[in-house]
Design a protein around this ligand. Structure first.
Ligand code: DAH
Length: 336
């Protein structure tokens, strides 16, 4: 009987032991009922009494030390597995937290709300009209007959003859006046459409129309209301000027400029070195428009105005490309 042989076999088995699976298998092949030790203990039976005692003792010592070694290895494997699990589930509490990113209202929506807030405080109600509009409301009733050169001012999307995507919010004036008698005091926010696309134009954009009709409404009322509005939106020190202009639905007509909010009048790229920024169109409602809705221009008068919401938002927030509003880029939108 060769105990060194036995020791070598055990040594070889243990030398490849790496995993719990290995351990299980090796335990069986060494210590199991059909394992290496059983084999030797069976062979022991064939020896005489003295040899039995000598070899029996050696085998036993080896068995006990092998069991101890395997237990030790098992403990090491358990500890390694525990450390691995700990690594997997480890939380670094010194890491900066994740800041929740709540949604925000679009800068155009914010500007709409601001404009509505100011005019509500001046007693204007909000009225709305359809985006798909009859040619009659978009043009005809506003004193823009077919083939009138003013139609070229607005590149119209036609749905079919007689029906357009509204090119401005002015048609709501007509709808409101058709539906009620004076006094009228409304603003109308909404989307408008023109076939145009560059740094300062998108095919869909937004306007707010305003209309006030009553007995004795004068141009000075228009000036007063718009002055308050401009100063609420752009600050109390904002200068404004009325510049004679032309719109078919108003007479007289004026465009309103504000002192450049970027350079404060010194001259810059945004105001094209004029120191002024055109901000809206306005005027006294044309007598023909009043007649078109059944009002008597001898009895009542009114003013109207219309402004581009993107333009106002761009100036308030210092944005130089109108298309930014519609890329839906979170990095842009989250700034407002
Ligand atoms: N509708 C005009 C446009 O889209 C803006 C406008 C100008 C509206 C003068 C008005 C006005 O009510 O009186 O360019």
């Amino acid at each position: 009987m060769n105990i060194d042989d036995l020791r070598n076999r055990i040594e070889n088995e243990i030398s490849v032991l790496k995993t719990f699976e290995d351990l299980k298998r090796i335990k069986a092949t060494i210590l199991g009922r059909k394992g290496v030790f059983s084999e030797y203990l069976d062979a022991l039976k064939l020896l005489d009494k003295d040899q039995k005692r000598v070899f029996g003792k050696e085998i036993n010592i080896l068995k006990v030390s092998t069991e101890a070694r395997l237990n030790e290895i098992e403990a090491t494997l358990i500890e390694a597995e525990r450390a691995r699990q700990e690594d997997l589930t480890w939380v670094d509490i010194t890491m900066p937290g994740k800041v929740p990113a709540p949604g925000k209202r679009h800068p155009i929506t914010q500007t709409f709300e601001e404009i509505i807030r100011v005019f509500s405080s001046l007693g204007f109600a909000v009225a709305e009209g359809p985006d798909i509009e009859l040619d009659y409301y978009n043009f005809e009733a506003l004193n823009i007959p077919k083939h009138h050169p003013a139609r070229d001012m607005q590149d119209t999307f036609y749905i079919k003859p007689g029906i357009v995507l509204r090119t401005h919010t002015s048609p709501v004036q007509i709808r409101v006046m058709e539906a009620q008698l004076p006094p009228v005091k409304i603003i109308s926010p909404g989307s408008v459409y023109r076939c145009d696309h560059d740094v300062s134009h998108t095919p869909m954009f937004h306007q707010v129309e305003g209309l006030m009709v009553d007995k004795h409404v004068r141009f000075s009322d228009l000036k007063g209301i718009l002055s308050v509005f401009i100063q609420e939106i752009f600050g109390a020190n904002t200068r404004l000027r009325f510049r004679p202009s032309y719109f078919p639905f108003t007479e007289p007509s004026a465009e309103v400029d504000i002192g450049c909010v970027i350079c404060e009048g010194a001259g810059c790229r945004v105001c094209k070195d004029t120191g002024w920024l055109e901000i809206l169109g306005s005027g006294m409602v044309h007598p023909q428009v009043l007649r078109n809705v059944g009002y008597d221009p001898e009895e009542v008068s009114g003013f109207a105005f219309g402004m581009g919401v993107e333009r106002i938002a761009m100036l308030r927030f210092g944005i130089d490309d109108i298309r930014q509003f519609y890329y839906n880029d979170i990095r842009f939108l989250s700034q407002f």
